[in-house]
Design a protein around this ligand. Structure first.
Ligand code: MG
Length: 486
């Protein structure tokens, strides 16, 4: 029989069972600590779920999370590229702070530092079983792998599924990248146990990760667990199993998303079967916007400008839905600014965990999840890319600082797995009202010099703390990544 429960968080004094920890945090759970499941997809766009307006395929299981929980409409990743985004997600810091940029390839010699505490590190200290099944991408050398950073179990690829000696469309010789890459190593624990060498191997990834995830839940059903399921899909080269191949009206990309939705459905079914629904917080988000020059093998940003590799909204703003039955009211749509960097402190609050010893940048979103009216844990956000502070947001206003960027405008996208070229974009000091102009199409800097001045001052604070290559500023709060052998 389940323990008595009460509303989670901010409930000091409401229930007799609240425990104030030595760090001053509150263990808001009177019985079992809540399970945490984090599903993180790769290069899925803001417009690529049914509940965000997708057309040509359906995502009923993910939409159900939104319907029974909360859907964020202004949710950001720290940087619109894989490794940087994941470093931020797992540490609760802007990726600038923890020294991880870009996408680490098979030749990388850096990875996540031993000095950083991840969500898994914190939860394992609280007695959680911790497992990751999917793409890690925070360094592939042994010292950087998940088992050395808070996880009990790992199965998956250590980096992106296109970092292999094969083209995006499965033909030999990878365009624009080193062809000396080895076949993709599938790692179990700390050891390579298999390879992903063909497109047929890619087709199996979503199913293999899902099966391991379900087994992990079954194995740990009697204790709190943290399941991190970072899918390799829908990053190119796209892979989909026979269960979903040809099933959508949106080609292979739609098929792939439908299979990811199936995967979420398998997780939800497992929770129901084991009577864990009410004990489990589940979060679904993407690591960055779509890689638009892949045309029909890329996703959609919906109404947003540009895509992956830029900090225009199409690169940085991603879908995010969260469910926690009985604790998060259903059918909420939240327009507050929020970010992946906020998930660590939010999960820490829910699990009654102290925060990391190092400084973090995330804020606790739990009041938003609870549906508390009038709260706003995060009123601003910094858009960094490759050590450049490219923009800052406060409230509805977003100010771009002058910078050049990789653009998808005015060039023909590729097709069926082959990429098209990039263009180069350049912006000056430009201000956008994201409430009335979510597509960042009308620069209103001249009309609002006071706002420009305020956001410039906010940007200067960020530079002093986290640095900025555009202005040559060294940040005082930046930490080093881990280095192989060091
Ligand atoms: Mg990505």
């Amino acid at each position: 029989m389940k323990q008595t429960r009460r509303v989670f968080l901010k409930s000091v004094g409401v229930g007799a069972s609240a425990i104030v920890l030595s760090g001053g945090r509150v263990d808001a759970w009177s019985g079992r600590l809540p399970n945490v499941i984090l599903v993180f997809t790769d290069d899925q766009g803001y417009g690529d779920l049914g509940c965000y307006g997708a057309k040509g395929f359906t995502t009923p299981n993910i939409d159900r999370i939104a319907a029974e929980g909360i859907r964020f409409t202004n949710f950001y990743v720290s940087q619109a590229v894989c490794s940087a985004s994941r470093a931020a997600l797992l540490t609760g810091c802007y990726s600038e702070r923890v020294g991880i940029q870009g996408a680490l390839g098979p030749n990388a010699v850096i990875g996540i530092s031993d000095g950083e505490e991840t969500i898994a590190t914190l939860l394992r200290k609280r007695g959680y079983a911790t497992g990751i099944f999917g793409k890690w991408h925070l360094g592939h050398h042994r010292e950087f792998l998940p088992l050395q950073h808070g996880f009990d179990e790992y199965f998956g690829l250590p980096y992106s599924n296109d970092m292999w000696p094969v083209g995006y469309d499965g033909t030999p010789a990878m365009q624009g990248q080193k062809s000396t890459y080895p076949p993709l190593p599938l790692i179990d624990g700390n050891e390579k146990v298999d390879e992903v060498a063909t497109l047929t191997d890619q087709d199996k990834l979503t199913t293999r990760y899902t099966e391991r995830g379900v087994r992990f839940i079954e194995k740990n059903k009697d204790k709190p667990f943290f399941l991190y399921l970072p899918h390799s899909m829908p990053h190119v080269p796209l892979g989909v199993s026979g269960k979903f191949s040809g099933k959508s009206a949106h080609g292979k990309y739609g098929d792939v998303i439908m299979e990811i939705d199936w995967s979420v459905g398998e997780i939800l079914k497992t929770l129901e079967r084991l009577d864990l629904n009410d004990d489990t917080l589940i979060i679904y988000a993407s690591d960055n916007g779509p890689w638009l020059n892949f045309g029909n093998h890329a996703g959609s940003t919906g109404p947003l400008r540009e895509g992956k590799g830029t900090m225009w909204e199409g690169g940085a703003r991603v879908p995010c839905v969260i469910r926690f039955p009985g604790r998060i009211p259903g059918a909420q749509v939240c327009a507050n600014i929020a970010s992946t960097i906020d998930l660590l402190p939010t999960i820490a609050a829910i699990a009654g965990s102290p925060l990391p010893g190092n400084r973090i940048d995330g804020v606790d979103l739990s009041p938003l999840l609870e549906g508390v009216q009038g709260v706003n844990p995060r009123d601003h956000f910094f858009y960094y890319y490759g050590s450049e502070l490219q923009a800052v947001r406060e409230g509805k206003w977003k100010l771009h600082f002058p910078h050049r960027y990789r653009s998808y405008m005015g060039v023909a996208a590729g097709n069926d797995g082959q990429p098209g070229p990039y263009a180069t974009g350049e912006t000056g000091l430009e201000l956008y009202d994201l409430e009335s102009d979510v597509g960042e199409s009308v620069n209103v800097a001249n009309k609002h010099p006071d706002v420009v001045e305020r956001l410039q001052a906010l940007g200067q604070k960020a530079r002093e703390e986290l640095g900025d290559k555009l202005t040559g500023t060294i940040g005082r709060g930046v930490r080093q990544p881990g280095r192989k052998g060091g």
